[in-house]
Design a protein around this ligand. Structure first.
Ligand code: ADP
Ligand code: MG
Ligand code: ZN
Length: 483
């Protein structure tokens, strides 16, 4: 039997606001446990929530960037559940309507574009964090840290439209890219600021009706999501092949073992008993607010790529690479703005970033935001190449030093006495010496063997410790020999 894979993803992204969604507590990561708390986010009786306007701004911008319909009604509901990470015993969330419905995200897999529809984005508050170990010591009780509790989240729920683990991976990558361009979340998965649940089912090819889905939780990287789905699809196929049935359940991804494990059945699904949150009065977003958010949208990846192609004459490949994250795009334009001649620098700077710098960052597992070479220093290096002070080969040596020690290329060149000699009078002197020391080559040249000049060029380069500009050397030697 041939099966088709069906995947829908739920992504939670912490919104990049300074304070939590219903109180003034800080959202800073890594603070002393329970230090970022107050009577609202620890759910003291009578404490009243007040909605953070910045959270609404962030979700509306995120929705607009992906063509969502923005529902003007802003309402909140209580979702009841009993678990120690939520001291109120309910979570404040949006039920119907969410703030954003039916958006789209284009992904590219195997060179083909596919548009994934996204059902909704709604606001909700994060839960606190249960701590089960301190250092390497496992506790036989649990500790509760409410610093994370009530930080604003965007929950982004896709339609079940992805058909392979790779499509899911690309969806997450694109989603993160757009959110990072917007700056509405910093999407750091290690800090738990972006989390993903994958819903996975299979069905016989050609069947319309969806198969029973399994929800996988506990994945903390995009590659983890891809691996977990790959494993889960195979598991489901095996169950069906053995004549079994898939049960609707929640499974956990055990990254170290590379398997999913059953956590709880969804059959007796929790009844969340949603009802309107009485402490947050429903209101309508004014059209002017939505338009203001639209006007504040930054240039998004597609538009930026088109502009890079047009304005800087880049290749498709370079434009793709340079807009693949906002950090790379900003670095690139930062370097161009620092260079003496933006137009001349556009292509060489692109090249240095996509080859030398990218290579070194990959090898040292660094992001461009932590690059030891600043964009201003890269601009200086390229300016020195364009100005004839450095040959391409010398520039690579200088670049090594820049990467190792965050060095300023001008200082490196000075310190090592590396500057390329382009001053003609200095080169003429060395050429004259070299000619005097190479009677055989001179004779051959005069007899018509033009290639013989190569030997004299070599000597000049040796005498100048490789610093003479070879093009100028060539030109001067020929002039002197033809005299
Ligand atoms: P729940 O709260 O029960 O997880 P949601 O509506 O929040 O429900 O999320 C459901 C997710 O599961 C959506 O991303 C949806 O696309 C996906 N989904 C629904 N049915 C299937 C299915 N049969 N196979 C795969 N994914 C599915
Ligand atoms: Mg779910
Ligand atoms: Zn608080």
């Amino acid at each position: 039997m041939n099966y088709e894979t069906v995947i829908g993803l739920e992504v939670h992204a912490q919104i990049n606001t300074k304070s939590k969604i219903f109180c003034e507590c800080s959202t800073e990561f890594g603070a002393e446990p329970n230090s970022n708390t107050c009577c609202v986010c620890t759910s003291q009786p009578g404490a009243l929530p007040a909605l953070n306007k910045k959270a609404v701004e962030a979700i509306v911008k995120t929705g607009l960037a992906m063509d969502f319909k923005i529902n003007k009604q802003c309402t909140f509901a209580r979702k009841q559940y009993f678990y120690p990470d939520v001291p109120k015993d309910y979570q404040v969330t949006q039920f119907e309507p969410p703030l954003c419905s039916m958006g789209k995200l284009a992904i590219v897999v195997d060179g083909k574009e596919k548009v994934i529809n996204i059902t909704r984005i709604h606001l909700e508050e994060d839960a606190g964090k249960l701590v089960h170990e301190v250092g390497s010591r496992k506790l036989d009780y649990s500790l509760l840290d409410l610093n994370r509790g009530s930080i604003g989240l965007m929950e982004i729920v896709s339609e079940p439209e992805m058909r392979s683990p790779e499509e899911a991976y690309q969806y997450l990558t694109e989603l993160k890219n757009i959110i990072e361009y917007l700056g509405t979340s910093n999407c750091n998965m290690e800090e738990g600021r972006m989390r993903c649940d994958a819903n996975v089912s299979i069905r016989p090819v050609g069947q319309q009706e969806l198969g029973t889905r399994v929800e996988i939780k506990n994945m903390n990287s995009f590659t983890g999501v891809r691996d977990a789905i790959t494993y889960e699809v195979e598991r489901q196929k095996e169950v069906l092949a053995a004549g079994g049935k898939i049960h609707q359940e929640t499974r956990l991804w055990e990254a170290e073992e590379g398997i999913t494990k059953s956590m709880r059945s969804k059959e007796g699904a929790l009844d969340y008993r949603y009802f309107p949150e009485p402490d947050l009065v429903p209101f309508d977003l004014p059209d002017s607010f939505i338009e203001e958010m639209r006007a504040q949208l930054p240039e998004l990846p597609k538009a930026k790529k088109a502009r890079f192609l047009k304005e800087y004459g880049l290749s498709e490949y370079d434009a793709d690479y340079l807009t693949s994250t906002r950090a790379i795009a900003d670095y690139y334009e930062g370097a161009l703005n620092a260079s003496k001649d933006k137009k001349a620098a556009a292509k060489p700077v692109a090249n240095w970033i996509s080859t030398e710098l990218n290579g070194k960052l990959n090898a040292s597992k660094k992001e461009i935001s932590d690059s030891p070479v600043s964009s201003a220093n890269l601009a200086k290096l390229v300016d020195m190449i364009l100005g004839g002070t450095l040959s391409g080969k010398m520039a690579k040596t200088v670049f090594e030093e820049m990467y190792e020690n965050s060095a300023d290329p001008e200082a490196v060149v000075k310190e090592k006495g590396m500057a390329q000699i382009s001053d003609e009078s200095a080169i003429i002197k060395i050429c004259e010496e070299a000619i005097a020391e190479s009677p055989k080559a001179v004779e051959e040249f005069k007899a018509g063997k033009e290639r013989a000049v190569g030997a004299i060029v070599g000597l000049v380069m040796k005498k100048s410790k490789g610093q003479a500009n070879p093009q100028i050397v060539n030109k001067i030697l020929v002039e002197l020999l033809k005299k």
